[in-house]
Design a protein around this ligand. Sequence first.
Ligand SMILES: Cc1ncc(COP(=O)(O)O)c(C=O)c1O
Length: 359
Amino acid sequence: MKIHNFGAGPCILPQEVFKKASEGVLNLDNSGLSVLEISHRSDTFQSIFDQTKKLVLDLMRLSESTHEVLFLQGGASSQFALVPMNFLKQKALYIDTGVWSAKAITEARKFGAVDSIKNTTDEGYLKLPDLSRMKSEDYDYVHYTSNNTIYGTQFEDVLKTDCPLVCDMSSDIFSKQIDFNLFDLIYAGAQKNIGPAGMTLVVIRKTFLDELVKSKTIPTMFNYQNHIEKSGLLNTPPVFSIYVAMLNLTWLKDQGGLSYFDSYNRQKSFLVYDELERNSLFTPKIYVGSRSSMNITFDLIHPDLSTDFLEFSARKGIHGIKGHRSLGGFRASLYNALTLNSVEYLVEILSAFEREHVN
Ligand SMILES: Cc1ncc(COP(=O)(O)O)c(C=O)c1O
């Protein structure tokens, strides 16, 4: 039976990427060596590293003359601390849209003053805050999470600020066409649309580096400048994650790049939201205007049917749709590698479940 993987991350990647990755593990480009056993200082790995960087910049339509690309370890969670450690001097503004941004705020407060904005209406994190009157000119930077993986909210447009802009793009990076040049620092854990877990992508505008905190107390590995000075090879990088990211970003580019996935992902998410609105048993959690095209959260109108639905969908080959433990309900993640066929299949399962339970 085909398994349709709707997991939130680590998540589905294209089958052909898995196949090429396994070939690289056994015999990298007919070298007789595995990608796992070559030196990160070898020409072979340097070429993988350079190609991955180039793919990132090309997909973002940025240039290496204006931006630095780093592949770090420690997950997006480490960036919650590295960003303020390196850039928070006086005060930063954080947009609080739930668990991940709240964790970023907790870390930032260890390094300086932080103001935060959140939606204070009854909808809480199920609706994005209104930022139309946000004043940002006095801050070192504004930080936000473009897509909130747990709740299923997503900012449609890039935030407009009068100070540097920092974004945790972990769960919607490379899923749509945006102007990446509007950001001063972007970070993203790899394990959604980039590749396997173990690598965190950080892209920094070079001119933003002029604003670095000049402190000798930043530990060596946590100082962006040290990584940049060593061209991203300050220590052993996450070689396998970088290799598979190269394969996956090549696949992404070959499919048609970000403009292709922009419309493909919209098409997929419309299908699911449409069905959730139509189906008499289910309802989307998120308010119109805040809905994510990557992570769709929903509830059963009769929660006592939850176990039935999970068992029913598992029997049909649907994997990973249980909602996050902090929120309950269900979540269907529609990352780039998830096909329209799988989404149509999910819609059919939702409707079949309704047919079984509604006379
Ligand atoms: C939006 C967002 N930020 C941060 C994280 C944490 O990432 P990591 O596990 O790489 O630290 C996640 C994990 O899913 C996430 O979805």
